[in-house]
Each structure stands twice: as structure tokens, then as C-alpha cells.
Design a protein around this ligand. Structure first.
Ligand code: ZN
Length: 484
């Protein structure tokens, strides 16, 4: 090994190094958080819209500032290269970090602006702070530290920062068109110790004809991977006073223009829920379900609106597959989860989008058939089925064991590798695991409804990022030693 320092010596050196770098690290994260980089439609040279272009330019500036090599991926993302020959070795025998710079929409209910990068009690708060800009900067500092220490590695080392992770993963698809996959990939978009598997992800639309009924419009949810916190419907033939009287204070009722038209009064009813990540729906409240159930309970739906809304009320009353008759679970990955994430009316049809994270051993063919049957019972057809199969690296893989030990040693924990419902770049790579930087063993100081990925007041702990850099440095040394 061509190294001047042992892992232990490096760990000690990192303590001092990080202390001197802390302010700069915080400012670098805030620079990225201030860009509202929600992955969007192509715009000129930007495949995911201008804000994602801006975040790539900004990250390129940080990579250059820290003296690392830059690799362009035509605004699908940006690469940071370690050492002189990583560029040549990218296509052969490298260790790759994978993070993303795109974010989900902020939603409402934030304290202050979601794109301000506010600091509070050791946290940076803002959309994307922990998912995934803070961790991306931690990875960048890992490479920077190794470079400052003059560490020579046998393998190439790089970091890829994508811009479409939350909205279709075209970023990693582009990466794999340009470069070969790494010998081993570390995805910094998970929790410690090691996430060695991801559940399958199935998305689909349930579509019902509204032909005969009083449901004119239904709207709620903007993206597939979030539990919606707002939904509204427009019903014909119902007066606002009447609706208010039967619905109670949990719903907002407005009389709309067009009342007095054929068919009678038009009223808009809306409900608020609590948003959450589709893969971790516990503690969220689905506004689509709440609204449909409320309207049915108040007997305000008529004709075809009744089965259409009953489907929404029944299907999304739980998160564990019961409502869609797909409640598979196994020891490796736990329960299947499901959410109804979007609702919309188009051309006389009600379209309900679902997002299912199914247990690794679920029978995939049967899953789709069960969904079809469930929908049919309420007059729905199943369309736009998109299945991303699960991925799994055995927990007894020597590299998984080594990475797990490093994380446990640094965190003072005794945790086992785990499988999660979240979908990351790891599932697109032949050999990769999720590796931090979140902690599964520590509850969020913001409570169950705030502070985490996809939630309001999303936050990242600076101390946990510093801990992650310690772990990442040791992981690189270990992988460099263990990989052929
Ligand atoms: Zn993420």
C-alpha cells in the first residue's frame, strides 16, 4: 500500500482538519440549499430545467474550489474526481460515491423560506438539506481530506452528483451510458450502518370514468413519492351552506361561480393532511383519503362519484398494502407499504396515482393482478404500470460486513445491515449499498412530522455529517484494501 498514514492516524488528523473546515462546510451546503433545484422538464441545454442546471454549476464551483477534478455529465449531474488518474480509471476499477442535488417540492407549512438555508442549533434547515445536498457536500469533503493528506489509492475514486434522483433517475441512467459502473458504489442517501437492499417500487394509475355523478374536479398531490398534504374536489348540486353543515370544521368549503347553472350549485371542498415520504408513510395523513372519506361520510357524493371516492377512502386508509390487497411482508425487508400520492380529473376521468414499496420476496406478477382486481371492484382500470424490481446485496458479503463494522465502531452502535423502502441510485448499480449519513437509531429532534427527507423544515445535523466524513474516510481505505 502506498500510504503514509494508518487509518487511525488519519482519523486523528481529520478531527483537527474538520474543525478548521466547519464554517466552510456549512456555507457550501447553504450555497446549494439556496438553489430550488426541483427536477423539471428539459429547457435548452438543461435536461432537468434551469434550477438543476444552476445547482450543477454551483457544485462545479465547489469541486474546483477544493482542487478536485471535474467531470461533466451534460447537466444530468456532475462528477468530482480524486487523484490524477481517476478520469482514465473511471471506466474500470473505481470506488464511486453517489448523491443527488435535485430536491422534491417544498410543500407548505415551513417556518421561514424552504430555500434559505437557515442555521439552528447545529442544524441547517431547508429543502434538500439532508436529501441530499448536505450528504453530497460531506462526500466532497471526504475526497478533499484524502487529497490534503496525500493518500494514494490503488483504485480510482470519484463522486457523482445527479440531478434527477427524485423524478425518474435519468441522471444515473445517463451516467451508466457514459461510464461503466464502479467496482463498488456507496450511496450517501440512506442511513448508517449499511442499507444492503431496497424494496421493489411499483407505480401505477387507477383510472375511473366519472360519467354519471356530481364529481367535477379532483386535485391533490404533485409527485409520486410523497404523501399529499392537500386535496380538493368540486361537487355539483351541493350548496356551500349545506356542505359546511355536514362536513364539520376539518374541511374547507367554498361556493364557486357557476352556481345557478344547470345542475345546480358548485362547491369546492378541500382537506389538509400531513406530508411524508412515500417509502416511510408512518405518521403522515393522506389528504386524498381524508377528503374522500369525509365526503362519503357526509353523503355528498352522487352517482359514479360514490364508487370512485369509495376506492380512494378504502384503499388508502392504511399504509401496509391492506387497502390494495397486497400486504406481503418478509423477514428481510418487513412490510410492503403503499400510498395514494396523486389525484386528478382529466376528460371525465378520475386518475389516482399509487406508489407501492413491496417486500423483496413479493410475487411481482401476482402483485399487478391483485391491483387490477382491486381496482375493477370499484370500476377502475389499471394504467401506466411501472415496476422497478428490488435490489439486495447479501448481509454476509465481506464488503457489507466491513462497512457495517466501520459504521458501528464510529457511532458506538451495534446495528445490523437493513433493507429499506426508499429507492436510491443503489438499485441502478450492480454492486452498491446505501451508506449513511442519517441515523436510524436516533429520533429526529423535530418530532415525527418534521425535519426529515421530504418533510417540512427538512434539516441536516452538521455533527452527523462530520461523523459521516470520518466513516467515509475509513470506508474508502477499507474498500481500497479489500477490492481486487
Ligand atoms: Zn434522496
Amino acid at each position: 500500500m502506498n500510504r503514509s498514514k494508518t487509518g487511525e492516524e488519519l482519523d486523528g488528523a481529520l478531527d483537527t482538519w474538520i474543525l478548521n473546515k466547519r464554517r466552510e462546510l456549512i456555507e457550501d451546503i447553504k450555497t446549494l440549499v439556496r438553489i430550488p433545484s426541483i427536477s423539471a422538464a428539459p429547457n435548452g441545454k438543461y435536461p432537468f430545467g434551469e434550477p438543476c442546471g444552476a445547482v450543477v454549476d454551483s457544485m462545479e464551483g465547489l469541486i474546483r474550489k477544493h482542487g478536485l477534478g471535474v467531470k461533466s455529465y451534460d447537466y444530468y449531474g456532475i462528477g468530482a474526481l480524486y487523484g490524477k488518474d481517476t478520469a482514465e480509471r473511471l471506466s474500470s476499477n473505481s470506488i464511486g460515491f453517489f448523491s443527488h442535488l435535485d430536491v422534491v417540492p417544498p410543500g407548505d407549512g415551513w417556518t421561514g423560506s424552504p430555500f434559505e438555508g437557515r442555521e439552528q442549533d447545529g442544524f441547517i434547515i431547508g429543502r434538500g438539506a439532508t436529501d441530499n445536498k448536505g450528504p453530497a457536500v460531506a462526500v466532497l469533503y471526504t475526497l478533499k481530506f484524502l487529497q490534503d493528506q496525500g493518500i494514494v489509492l490503488k483504485h480510482g475514486l470519484y463522486a457523482f452528483f445527479g440531478c434527477n434522483e427524485e423524478a425518474g433517475m435519468q441522471d444515473i441512467a445517463h451516467f451508466l451510458e457514459v461510464d461503466n459502473p464502479p467496482a463498488f458504489g456507496l450511496v450517501s442517501d440512506s442511513s448508517f450502518p449499511v442499507c444492503n437492499g431496497e424494496k421493489g417500487i411499483l407505480t401505477a394509475d387507477f383510472v375511473a370514468n366519472l360519467g354519471e355523478g356530481n364529481l367535477v374536479r379532483f386535485e391533490g398531490g404533485t409527485v409520486s413519492n410523497m404523501v399529499p398534504n392537500y386535496a380538493s374536489v368540486e361537487l355539483r348540486g351541493i350548496g356551500a351552506e349545506e356542505a359546511r353543515a355536514v362536513l364539520g370544521s376539518d374541511f374547507t368549503v367554498e361556493a364557486l361561480e357557476g352556481s345557478g347553472q344547470p345542475g345546480g350549485a358548485l362547491v369546492r371542498i378541500s382537506a389538509r393532511g400531513i406530508s411524508g415520504h412515500a417509502a416511510f408513510p408512518e405518521n403522515s395523513v393522506n389528504a386524498l383519503q381524508k377528503l374522500a372519506a369525509g365526503i362519503l361520510k357526509a353523503n355528498l357524493a352522487q352517482g359514479d362519484a360514490v364508487p370512485a371516492l369509495t376506492f380512494v377512502a378504502d384503499s388508502f386508509a392504511d399504509y401496509y398494502g391492506e387497502g390494495l390487497n397486497i400486504a406481503f411482508e418478509d423477514e428481510l425487508s418487513g412490510k410492503t407499504t403503499h400510498v395514494g400520492s396523486t389525484g386528478a380529473t382529466r376528460e371525465g376521468k378520475l386518475i389516482i396515482g399509487i406508489n407501492v414499496r413491496y417486500a423483496i420476496t413479493s410475487p411481482q406478477e401476482e402483485l399487478v393482478e391483485r391491483l387490477r382486481q382491486r381496482g375493477a371492484a370499484y370500476g377502475y382500470t389499471l394504467e401506466k404500470i411501472h415496476n422497478r424490481p428490488p435490489c439486495y446485496t447479501p448481509a454476509d458479503d465481506p464488503l457489507v460486513i466491513a462497512l457495517n463494522d466501520i459504521a458501528n465502531r464510529h457511532l458506538g452502535t451495534d446495528l445490523k445491515p437493513f433493507v429499506m423502502g426508499g429507492g436510491t441510485h443503489a438499485r441502478r448499480l450492480p454492486r452498491a449499498v446505501g451508506y449513511g449519513p442519517e441515523r436510524r437509531d436516533i429520533p429526529s429532534p423535530f418530532g415525527p412530522l418534521e425535519g426529515k427527507a421530504h418533510q417540512v423544515n427538512e434539516a441536516v445535523s452538521v455533527a452527523s455529517l462530520e461523523e459521516a466524513i470520518h466513516i467515509y474516510v475509513q470506508a474508502i481505505l477499507k474498500l481500497d484494501e479489500l477490492l481486487s
